[in-house]
Design a protein around this ligand. Structure first.
Ligand code: KET
Length: 397
């Protein structure tokens, strides 16, 4: 019956992470998947999340289905986290948010929405981007192409080329943008560059689709929403997904949101209705537990403040690891420029290592980074940063 089913080649991130799990070496180092590990090499259970979860469990009762769009308190807290409580866009009723199965689920529901109402639109993603972006949009039946983004020569942004390409994009093309902490490069637009991008998006009537998977890991929980707030202020319509996998450590709970900012409240009602219909025919409604932890945490001022401090600490630890890796590598290979480790932000650095060098890192040193050269800085700690630098220096010489 299934002889025509071909083998799955695996996923470049998840399969490598699984390979790491099976590697018997005790000194192996996992810098593959985008997960934050603490200085002991463990995924932290944030104290704020633990407190919120205990409260949720204490009050837990029957487990009815959630509505298709998710829990009202979760959706409300997401909106205020993304836009600020007094944002006029929220007050006008033109912003709709649904609770999704991680931000991945939000991307898929958003992609299905685009396919249905803008069937001819192409999706433009940055070159490079998270591998799954292409997979999700193509899986929804859309055509995906790239716009210039990363400059391998400088380790920076090809901003002029990006603007030029988007200025030529067809009307109603979807432009996938990383709101902060670009994955895989760690290279972000500055505020000024976002402001320069805005008129191009408006003139071409492009549909921005923002991915905010790393809120809090760039410059701060509030600062990292700059692009969303700027677009909302401009009156432009756009989609955005956000995630609590990384900033609350709730990876396996699958807590995310899809938000669509519409021209007015009347259109927002219909957009929300179609998102609900889409959820219904995919998975009916999202799960309850993780979303309630998120909603409780964000709604409790004391626990929320504690969480904000914990996010600040995670961000600071990553920055400290960047500094250490840079220092050790610069000392070992004085002729080379490793300043990209310092300028790139978020969980990842793009090392420029070739696939062969990445293979050597894995096979000879047990250091796992993606074949693209993406290194998860959040997997470094005071016990493995030196060994990582030694291994990188070895494959570079
Ligand atoms: N968007 C981006 C840009 C992203 O890097 C991830 C996860 C997600 C969305 C999905 O997050 P979630 O809300 O958990 O569905 N990225 C890491 C893990 C993965 O590939 O699934 C990674 O790049 O390693």
């Amino acid at each position: 019956m299934f002889h025509h089913v071909e083998p799955y080649a695996g996923d470049p991130i998840l399969s490598l992470n699984e390979a790491f799990g099976k590697d018997p070496r005790t000194d192996k180092i996992n810098l593959s998947i985008g997960i934050y590990f603490d200085d002991q090499g463990k995924i932290p259970m944030l104290a704020s999340v633990r407190r919120a979860e205990l409260k949720v469990v204490e009050h837990a009762g029957a487990r009815p289905y959630l509505p298709m769009e998710g829990a009202a308190n979760f959706r409300h807290e997401v909106q205020t986290l993304l836009f600020g409580a007094n944002n006029p866009a929220l007050q006008s009723g033109r912003v709709v948010t649904i609770q999704t199965v991680g931000s991945s689920g939000g991307l898929k529901v958003g992609a299905d929405f685009i396919k249905r109402y803008f069937p001819g639109s192409e999706v433009l993603v940055s070159d490079p981007t998270w591998d799954n972006h292409r997979a999700v949009f193509e899986g929804a039946g859309l055509t995906v192409t790239t716009y210039p983004y990363y400059d391998a020569a400088t380790g920076g942004l090809r901003f002029d080329a990006m603007l030029a390409a988007l200025s030529l994009a067809a009307k109603h093309s979807v432009v996938l943008l990383h709101a902060c902490c670009h994955n895989p490069t760690g290279v972000d637009l500055t505020k000024e560059q976002w402001q320069q991008l805005l008129p191009v998006l408006q003139e071409r009537e492009l549909i921005p689709f923002l991915d905010l998977a790393y809120q809090g890991y760039g410059d701060g929980l509030y600062e990292d929403t700059f692009a969303l707030r700027m677009l909302a202020d401009s009156g432009i319509s756009f989609l955005a997904v956000n995630s609590f996998s990384k900033n609350m450590g709730l990876y396996g709970e699958r807590c995310g949101g899809l938000t669509i900012v519409c021209p007015d409240a009347a259109q927002a009602v219909n957009v929300l209705g179609q998102l609900k219909a889409n959820v219904r025919r995919n998975y009916s409604n999202p799960p309850l537990h993780g979303g309630q932890i998120v909603a409780f945490l964000l709604g409790d001022p004391a626990i929320r403040t504690q969480w904000e401090t914990e996010v600040d600490e995670m961000r600071a630890r990553i920055k400290a690891m960047r500094t250490q890796l840079h220092a050790v590598l610069s000392a070992k290979l004085p002729g080379r420029d490793f300043s990209y480790f310092l300028s790139q932000r978020g969980m990842f650095s793009y090392t420029g290592l070739s696939p062969e060098q990445c293979e050597r890192l894995k096979n000879e040193f047990g250091v796992y980074i993606l074949r693209s050269g993406r290194l998860c800085v959040a997997g470094l700690n005071s016990s493995n940063v030196e060994a990582t630098a030694v291994a990188i220096a070895a494959v570079l010489t």
